[in-house]
Design a protein around this ligand. Sequence first.
Ligand code: 9WN
Length: 448
Amino acid sequence: MEVPTSEPVSPARRAEEVLARNRRGDWTCPSSELYPHQWLWDSCFVAMGLARSDPARAAGELRSLLRGQWSNGLVPHMVFSPDVPDVGSRRIWQSTRHPEAPRDIHTSCITQPPLVAVAALRVGQALEPADRRAFLVEVLPKLIAYHRWLYRERDPHRRGLITLIHPWECGLDTTPPWMVALRRLPQPWWMRLVTGLRLARVVRFVRRDTRFVPAAERVSEDDGLRMLVLAHRARRSGFRLDRLPPDSSVQIEDLAFNALLVVSNRALREIAAELGEPIDAELGERFAATEQAFDELWDDRAGQYFSRDARTDALLTMPTVATFLPLWSGVTSAAQTERLLALLRDTVRFWPAYPVPSVPLDAPEFDPTRYWKGPTWVNMNWAIIQGLRAHGETDLAEELRRRTLDLVTQAGPCEYFSPLDGEGLGAEDFSWTAALTLDLLADPGGAG
Ligand code: 9WN
């Protein structure tokens, strides 16, 4: 018989409950109300957290993500749940019109930070040897097909960097550089009318997210509408970079995406080497070119990395948390590393009471509660911790790990948090926060 207790629920227990509640058979949705489908990088974070306690479920999470893979290699950023009648979202994509898309399931037609190989490597390490080999043999060709798709379709001119065509692909959806690029696009007449007459607020009544979360914590109506307009325009071009009209599209060599791609390329090499099927020279050259291209994203005056406009070659010089991700990619020189570490420790910019804010405190766009405009996100902290450990910065990594866990212990496994007072924001029971909490709890020394 269970003895009633007044002990507060431990963060590990709470995290496990969230992952049980958000489970949908083989896969896990990010949040039952707000995000009822499967998302690419969410599932990768979930799998990495689950690998600590339930590697079989973690492997199932990645297998089910890959059931959405297209025959051309694309791993879509969303796989729609057949049980959720979310007609509005599916209409944007209409994936089944594409001959390469799966027939039996609806997906989006764009991708998201390509962490699948990183997650597959970690899940493989947690499985028993026989299961591990079977799992890796199954996923390796799919991962290679995905990375080939990225280079073939999104780096056609061999610049070394992958170009994204929609902010939903970068994962940090409303991050300032993307929103500024979006605002420069010519808008359809109705959008100009809506913005001019300040009618965008009306949209709030038909939005799904603000039914669950206060509007002040979400994307603004104007930015939200622009993102929808962009998705509809991209649909007209079949979501193909080579068919996008240059004047009414956004094409960005995104910093966070490419930094995580470098980590994933490395993981893919490791998996392939373990199975005795090394990556071929052609793909290997593409991997090397991405690492080399990072210097083109470095702004020495600012001492930071930025995303780049693929059409004009201009750096989008709005500072964000993404600047720290190349630390994990291992592409920074000693001098760049020093400058990034100093920036991270700077208390007026990136190190408030609850670091690391998604936009620095002194930036004009900083808003402590609004989605990707300032709040602290556990997945960003987790990635920065990996980078700090890779550079032997174990004290700073430990400090950030401790502060991140404090945040989750105090506010619960929320989607994001105020970097100023630690208030929990967005969805309350958010899967990647829960999963990465389990990973951080299980891994105090960075041995994993
Ligand atoms: C659009 C699911 C996803 C995350 C993204 C986050 C948010 C979706 C949305 O939620 O994006 O893809 O509806 O705003 O920005 O990183 O994967 O958690």
